[in-house]
Design a protein around this ligand. Structure first.
Ligand SMILES: Cc1cc2nc3c(=O)[nH]c(=O)nc-3n(C[C@H](O)[C@H](O)[C@H](O)COP(=O)(O)OP(=O)(O)OC[C@H]3O[C@@H](n4cnc5c(N)ncnc54)[C@H](O)[C@@H]3O)c2cc1C
Length: 248
């Protein structure tokens, strides 16, 4: 990589999903203070027209190992996305706040349920979380509700993060109508408007420190240069120039 192509950052966020995308938005104000922040995503960034809703095409484009990532012991496959926006591109959209009893059971010092509720409300509003209107409930679900109630169950609707849903039922293949409000449509564009950069791929080929060691295990070709220990220890790295597609 030429000297001119190198860029230095103060904060490097690995992954652009629910976690990384949200952190990018929250750290975006640092850019105003002169800090350089970048999100590195190893999956592609697709344009709206590339969300075709066709199963084979979208499984290959959006999911890690086409949705059949095999665990190391070979006993189970996992489905998760590898794309700009991470799994928020393929998730169903059900948007719930962790209940108090769950947070209490986690028993994480400093993690307070009341604080989580306040934050969840803010993100729910940002991502358009709401209950779908009756006209969008399809026959499967209508029958499910009817049957459940007749059988004496309490049946409730899950709130979802969609805007302009047209009932395609293709949520897990990436909404072809751009209705689902994942980080690719909400938090990442906001972060980019504030000056956060985004780049394709963030795997580091070698290096020291726990973070580098974890990334190196992915076995992908390295795209970042510079002493990786800096990435682990001082949150400063040299990354490759972004491909044009990363900014499409
Ligand atoms: C099919 C499906 C349906 C789901 N439905 C729901 C639902 O309805 N409601 C709900 O609450 N949750 C749902 N989930 C779960 C939810 O999507 C995840 O819990 C959440 O997205 C996890 O956030 P994350 O940031 O940890 O990971 P992700 O959102 O998966 O993002 C991780 C990103 O990091 C990238 N990455 C990983 N390693 C590297 C690297 N070394 N360099 C660069 N980039 C890297 C990946 O490519 C990926 O894009 C669903 C998940 C799936 C797969």
């Amino acid at each position: 990589m030429s000297e001119a192509a190198e860029r230095r950052y103060d904060v490097v966020i690995i992954g652009s999903g629910a976690g990384g995308g949200t952190v990018a938005q929250e750290l975006a104000p640092l850019v105003r203070d002169g800090r350089r922040v970048v999100v590195l995503e190893k999956g592609p960034r697709l344009g709206d027209a590339e969300f075709t809703g066709r199963e084979l095409e979208m499984a290959a484009a959006l999911y890690a190992d086409t949705g059949g990532f095999l665990t190391a012991d070979g006993t189970m496959t996992l489905a998760f996305a590898s794309v700009y926006g991470g799994s928020t591109v393929v998730y169903t959209g059900t948007s719930l706040t962790a209940p108090e009893r769950v947070i209490r059971r986690w028993s994480v010092p400093g993690l307070d349920h009341a604080d989580i509720v306040t934050r969840s409300e803010r993100f729910a509003a940002q991502n358009g979380v709401h209950l779908l209107e009756d006209s969008l409930i399809n026959d499967n679900n209508r029958l499910f509700v009817e049957g459940g109630r007749k059988a004496g169950f309490r049946v409730e609707q899950f709130p979802v993060n969609v805007q302009g849903c047209r009932g395609s039922s293709l949520c897990n293949l990436g909404c072809p109508n751009q209705a689902k409000q994942g980080t690719n449509r909400v938090q990442l564009p906001r972060a980019e408007r504030e000056g956060v950069a985004s780049g394709r791929r963030g795997s580091i080929g070698s290096g020291r420190g726990p973070w580098c060691a974890r990334l190196a295990r992915s076995g992908r070709p390295p795209c970042c240069s510079g002493p990786p220990s800096r990435l682990a220890c001082r949150s400063s790295a040299t990354v490759s120039p972004v491909t044009p597609r990363s900014f499409s």
